[in-house]
Ligand binder design. Structure first.
Ligand SMILES: [Fe+2]
Length: 313
């Protein structure tokens, strides 16, 4: 009795003597036994576009080998604290495309933007008012905000994950001396009125990492690697979609040329210099500080737009 695999191979078209045109349909045909319609839809489209791209630019063997080497090095650059593939997606605009397709904001809902390559799992949790700089030097920054629904109803106990760079434009993962210790990042929970606050230091604009394959790509494209100063937020609340966003410093010189295409008008806010020597929470600083405040509005889950299948394209 013939095996199931043998029967399947007989039912599929031969892979012999394929032309440059015929190979596309042959590859897609080989996947037709897959049980997942979504898998087949995504892979068929990927292969069609990938092959069309190669035909469009008449990809040479040297260019194909260069691309394989580039992707290999991109993978080899990834570590537990560095994500070169996310950076590649960000700098090619794919991250913004996927974010905007999946999280179109309506009304008062806060706009989403890219996650970026520097978020870390297992970020420590702190009580409201804690200082997440934990010894890293810089100008004090008071971060405050509220979390509510799109009608302004406060959300208590929302999980607010905050992370950002230092005044040198570096994240903790880019500082070998910290030996993996976390700084300038922390998780907070909103109080009964949906409020949160903490202390940190003011970040600055910074270049995305340029010592890997993505850096070479930017250089070849004659693009600068800079991102405007910002603070990242990831907010989770029961019954709402996860919100991944940043707030950007108004007036930053890179606000209109972000290397990862993540800036949205609604996320640009002033980083206000306060000359008072007492913080909003009563802390005595004996020096001036900056203050940022943002009111986040969460989005309730809604059904995704209907996907176009091949037949309707
Ligand atoms: Fe960032």
């Amino acid at each position: 009795m013939k095996s199931k695999v043998q029967h399947q191979s007989q039912a599929q078209a031969s892979t012999r003597n394929l032309s440059a045109q015929a190979v596309t349909a042959a590859v897609i045909d080989r996947m037709k036994s897959s049980r997942s319609d979504r898998f087949k839809q995504v892979m068929a489209s990927l292969i069609e576009h990938l092959h069309a791209f190669a035909r469009d630019v008449q990809l040479s063997e040297q260019e194909w080998a260069f691309a394989i080497d580039f992707l290999t090095k991109t993978g080899q650059s990834c570590t537990s604290s560095r994500q070169e593939f996310i950076l590649l997606s960000d700098t090619l605009g794919l991250s913004t495309l996927v974010t905007q397709m999946n999280h179109p904001s309506q009304g008062k809902e806060t706009e989403q933007t890219v996650l970026g390559p520097f978020h870390r799992e297992s970020t420590p949790q702190f009580p409201l008012g804690a200082d997440i700089a934990a010894g890293i030097e810089g100008k004090p920054l008071f971060i405050s905000g509220t979390v509510s629904d799109s009608h302004g109803q406060p959300i208590a106990d929302a999980r607010v994950d905050i992370w950002h760079a230092d005044p040198r434009g570096e994240y903790d993962v880019q500082k070998p001396a910290l030996d993996g210790a976390m700084r300038l990042r922390g998780v907070f929970h909103t109080d009964e009125a949906g409020r949160f606050h903490c202390w940190s230091i003011k970040p600055t604009c910074y270049p995305v990492p340029t010592d890997g394959p993505v850096g070479l790509l930017l250089k070849a494209s004659k693009r600068h690697p800079m991102r405007p100063a910002h603070v990242h937020f990831m907010i989770d609340a029961k019954g709402f979609d996860r919100l991944i966003t940043h707030v950007f410093e108004e007036g930053d010189r890179y606000i209109d040329s972000d290397a990862v295409f993540g800036v949205r008008d609604a996320l640009i806010i002033p980083f206000k210099l306060k000359r008072s020597k007492t913080g909003p929470d009563g802390s005595v600083l004996n020096r001036s500080y900056y203050h940022i405040h943002y009111d986040f509005h969460m989005r309730i889950p809604r059904s995704k737009p209907k996907r176009q299948n091949k037949a309707s394209r």
